[in-house]
Design a protein. Structure first.
Length: 445
């Protein structure tokens, strides 16, 4: 039978006054990283109509697309600590555990860090969002935010396929850079002096895991020879799930300016740094990395840029004291990890019994009634933020933001029933569950 090929075309032209696609939601989540995904799934679980928007053409934010490769701050301190965050985190961990070689619990001397397969995590996020019936808008940048009094009523976005206007009762600010709050004209914070360096991650394949150097061996060699390779950072480490022959390497420091031209230039410089770091590894540690090759570069990894001015400004003194606020919604014990100088960073750890808490006030912009922030753009000083912006507490903050907006409805997030919120998030503030096998528990005891 002869094959019939379609040949018909038609001429089209852009309409300068083309209408924006209109969407309505109870809650709109701006940002689809780990905090935004957590907020969207929790809001959907609460029965709310949810739209999630992101500037990338994929869900997952930095957790997937920057290949961070680790869940930090998800467990208490000690060799085998207890889990801090539940709910969405339980579902996520259970899925990774069900997939072959997709998760690895590294029980270090100070705390437990979870290594994960970013592809498996990304697919879990996508399927979970679709199964929850959440509307998704990707590749969307904010054009305008419409504010009436103390409320955001509509936000206009532009994609390469046209504009989208979203009306929502409540908004989750999970953009990472406080883009929604900033564009709405509400107060934000930035570091007073200098900035905080980001990281360009790179994934290497075909390594010899048995010969992998420790982070201390890599760091010592970098301090000695980094300059000869043109490296800015003088320390580095890798994350490996046993049995895969793949390592995600964290060995760069990259400036992350908010200026659009400078940010683009620094993104390219970051890849050059990462490539130089790979040459360093191949030359200095040939037994492990001699046959390695770059499988992929992540998108630029950003730690701290701009964040909200909330009802409560969390301080490093409150972090160190472990103050348990009446409106606490999340907890962690992750060290103060402030990357504010190029060749290294501040690393201040806490003892095994320590936990510090994030209050709802740090999630709620002081000047707005219907936004709750989650993730690395909540309100804290630079040092305190460096401890709470990791993925464990970000999941908890996303869940808390969704619950706060659910309770606020058409009212204010500043006037919700705190007792009800406290009950809803109590697992993420009070519960102590040890996620270990019998053999691990016996070894820990």
């Amino acid at each position: 039978m002869a094959e019939t090929l379609s040949r018909e075309t038609r001429i089209v032209r852009r309409e300068k006054s083309a209408p924006f696609r209109k969407l309505k939601a109870d809650i709109c989540v701006v940002g689809a990283g780990i905090a935004g995904i957590s907020a969207a799934l929790e809001a959907a679980r609460l029965g709310r109509k949810v739209v999630i928007v992101d500037g990338q053409a994929a869900l997952g934010g930095q957790a997937v697309n920057s290949i961070i490769a680790t869940f930090c701050g998800l467990f208490s301190n000690g060799t085998h600590g207890y889990q801090f965050t539940y709910g969405v985190a339980d579902r996520l961990l259970a899925h990774l555990e069900s997939q072959d070689r997709s998760i690895y619990y590294r029980h270090g001397p100070n705390t437990t860090v979870v290594y994960y397969d970013e592809v498996v995590l990304g697919r879990w996020m996508e399927s979970s969002i679709l199964d929850a019936g959440i509307e998704v808008v990707l590749g969307a940048q904010i054009l305008d935010v419409h504010v009436e009094g103390r409320r955001v009523v509509q936000t206009d976005f532009m994609t390469r396929y046209g504009g989208v206007s979203i009306e929502a009762t409540g908004w989750v600010e999970a953009s990472g850079d406080a883009a929604l709050v900033w564009q709405a004209g509400f107060a934000c914070r930035q570091p007073e002096k200098g900035g905080v360096f980001g990281t360009q991650m790179v994934v290497l394949e075909n390594i010899d895991e048995a010969k992998q150097p420790t982070r201390y061996e890599i760091g010592d060699r970098m301090k000695e020879k980094a300059a000869s390779y043109g490296l800015l950072r003088r320390e580095g480490l890798g994350f490996t799930i046993p049995g895969r022959g793949i390592a995600a390497m964290n060995m760069t420091h990259v400036e992350t300016p908010l200026d659009p031209v400078e940010a683009s230039r620094k993104a390219l410089e970051g890849k050059d740094q990462a490539a130089r770091a790979v040459e360093f590894l191949k030359t200095e540690f040939p037994e492990c990395f001699g046959n390695a090759r770059i499988r992929s570069f992540g998108l630029p990894g950003i730690r701290q840029t701009r964040w909200i001015a909330g009802s409560h400004h969390l301080t490093v003194d409150e972090i160190k004291a472990g103050i348990k606020f009446d409106d606490a919604v999340a907890r962690t014990a992750w060290p103060i990890e402030l990357h504010d100088h190029g060749d290294g960073h501040h690393w201040i750890t806490f003892d095994e019994e320590h936990a510090h808490y994030i209050p709802l006030g740090s999630l709620t912009p002081a000047e707005c009634d219907n936004i709750a922030a989650a993730g690395r753009c909540v309100d804290a000083d630079s040092a305190a933020l460096s401890s709470i912006r990791v993925m464990g507490p970000c999941i908890a903050m996303g869940m808390a933001a969704a619950n706060a907006l659910d309770l606020a409805g058409t009212g204010s997030v500043h006037q919700i029933d705190r007792d009800v919120l406290r009950e809803r998030v109590s697992d993420n503030v009070e519960k102590k569950h040890y996620r270990w096998t019998d053999a691990e528990m016996r070894a820990a005891s």
